[in-house]
Design a protein around this ligand. Structure first.
Ligand code: C2O
Ligand code: CU
Ligand code: CU
Length: 480
């Protein structure tokens, strides 16, 4: 038996019959499991329009057998422009974005620009609710960017299957005057559940998975379990993190380093704050700055801690296919020579801060587990029967999300942005910025405030994709 090159795989499959040696299989062309780390940075989609304020791209979704780092391409895989994650959609605040999208899948789909305040026609929901982009068809998405920061796009039909299969990609929108660090790196986090014998995506949707959310047994950074990125001592790195998992909450730390959180879902923060680990719910984004204080030649792993979705019952622990320990996500490999880093300059966005709830309550949502039905409800119903929420545009409004269930739900609202002003009566953690996706802990009420400025009919839903597909979703009308 060949020795394992990947500790993670050893744990997963105990090495039995799995050939992961460096000379095994062929490289899919993206990154091989070699010892040479990838350079820092990301690949943006080519801009087909010469105008400075227009970004025009071609995008194709198709069945694509991609290699998650096991040397076994996933026959059920899907990808944007042939890569997982899809290439970065990169633009600047104020730009017009034109996406010529072609659906080469064999089922209808729609795309959603998670976190961007686009118009309802471009949000993917109208298509999802009545007019999907059919196989072989094309659709032109077009919108103006009124938000800078870090976002992502993904399919918005059969999400538990299609996002698991790889249909997700980052969006970077540069702020005016944004100073680029030595390394600007998108890092898309995902987990996939592979059948242990075939190493293929496991069949979806047991009833249990539907209720618990689908947790994977392989952790991916930018689509692979074996990512290695090259750093130089002294450099400053901006990591743009997104949790693209179906259900997994991540709890990340980087060996030997700390994070400075400089941005959240809706762009850069007015005031950064330091953390030694970072919890991310599905759909959430964080931008963190890491100073490369490690040693020349050293290797430091980005690690994920176990996060329990359910509140604890005595010493009963919910099962996680990754086990109960910490697991490596990616490795940062230091060069031998230090660089004089350029440091980090925090952009100074104008982020209002309500700080507390306002009297005008727009809605109080109630999330409940329906044990008999084996499902989770919003306001007692499932989509499309959840009552419509109507709110006035441009008026300071409080929203409460009460989670009466025993598990965490990442609550996401399309087309608008919010601030968290309270979590369970304890106030808020530091560094509040704009958010569109919120962890609602078990048996806890989270209070949001905003003056919604994007009119139209918007979807909101739990971003545990099994829950969303199962109807844990509703619609909200922002009235002019
Ligand atoms: Cu990222 Cu409606 O979703
Ligand atoms: Cu969204
Ligand atoms: Cu949920």
């Amino acid at each position: 038996m060949r020795p394992c090159s990947s500790l993670l795989l050893c744990v997963l499959v105990a090495c039995e019959g799995v050939d992961t040696g460096p000379d095994a299989g062929t490289d899919s062309g993206d990154t091989a499991a070699t010892d040479v780390p990838d350079a820092c940075g990301y690949t943006a989609m080519p801009d087909l329009d010469a105008a400075a304020d227009v970004v025009e791209v071609d995008l194709v979704a198709s069945a694509t057998a991609w290699d998650p780092g096991t040397d076994v391409p996933l026959t059920g895989g899907m990808a944007f422009n042939g890569s997982v994650p899809g290439p970065v959609l990169e633009a600047s605040l104020g730009d017009t974005v034109k996406v010529h999208f072609t659906n080469d899948l064999d089922f209808g789909t729609s795309l959603h620009w998670h976190g961007l305040r686009v118009t309802p026609e471009m949000d993917g929901i109208m298509q999802m609710m009545g007019d999907p982009i059919e196989p072989g068809e094309s659709f032109d998405y077009e919108f103006e960017l009124v938000d800078s920061g870090f976002y992502w796009f993904h399919t918005h039909m059969d999400t538990a299957t299609t996002i698991e299969a790889g249909l997700y990609a980052p969006i970077v929108v540069h702020a005016p005057g944004e100073v680029r660090p030595d390394c600007d790196q998108t890092l898309v986090l995902d987990d996939v559940l592979l059948d242990e014998d075939t190493q293929q995506i496991a069949p979806p949707d047991t009833d249990m998975m539907q209720l618990m959310g689908r947790l994977g047994n392989l952790l991916l950074a930018n689509g692979r379990a074996d990512r290695r990125y090259g750093w130089a001592p002294g450099q400053t790195t901006l990591l743009r993190l997104v949790n693209a998992s179906n259900a997994r909450y991540w709890d990340l730390y980087l060996e030997g380093h700390s994070f400075t959180v400089v941005g959240t879902d809706g762009g850069f923060l007015a005031e950064p704050y330091a953390v030694d680990h970072l919890v991310m719910a599905p759909g959430e984004r964080y931008m963190v700055v890491v100073e490369a204080t490690g040693e020349a030649g050293g290797e430091y792993r980005l690690m994920n801690r176990r996060f329990q979705l359910h509140e604890e019952h005595g010493d009963m622990i919910e099962p996680d296919p990754m086990g109960n320990g910490d697991n490596p996500v990616a490795t940062f490999v230091y060069a031998d020579t230090a660089v004089a880093g350029s440091g980090w300059v925090q952009p100074a966005p104008d982020v209002p801060s309500w700080g507390a709830a306002v009297d005008n309550v727009g809605h109080h949502w109630l999330l409940e587990e329906d044990m008999e039905g084996g499902t989770v409800t919003i306001d007692g119903q499932r989509f499309p029967d959840v009552p419509m929420v109507d709110v006035m545009m441009d008026v300071d409004t409080t929203f409460e999300v009460e989670n009466a269930s025993e598990m965490h739900h990442p609550f996401h609202i399309h087309g608008n942005r919010f601030q968290v002003v309270d979590v369970g009566g304890e106030g808020v953690p530091e560094g509040q910025g704009w958010k569109d996706t919120f962890d609602i802990p078990p048996r806890t009420t989270v209070t949001l405030v905003s003056a919604l400025d994007n009119p139209g009919e918007w979807m909101y839903h739990c971003h545990i994709l099994e829950h969303a597909d199962d109807g844990m979703a509703g619609l909200m009308t922002v009235m002019e």
